[in-house]
Write a protein that binds this ligand. Sequence first.
Ligand SMILES: [Zn+2]
Length: 51
Amino acid sequence: MKCSFCSKSIDPGTGKMVVQSNGKILHFCSGKCEKNRGMGRDPRKFKWAQN
Ligand SMILES: [Zn+2]
């Protein structure tokens, strides 16, 4: 499973799953990624989010 924001792989049992109102499921490795995704930020603008 990969983080929906930074594309880092997430170990089973860690990270966070978010179900959007449109039924799409997002997975995040950390609250940082969830927050940035929620703000509509582009992961390509973040060095730490590049794989
Ligand atoms: Zn992430």
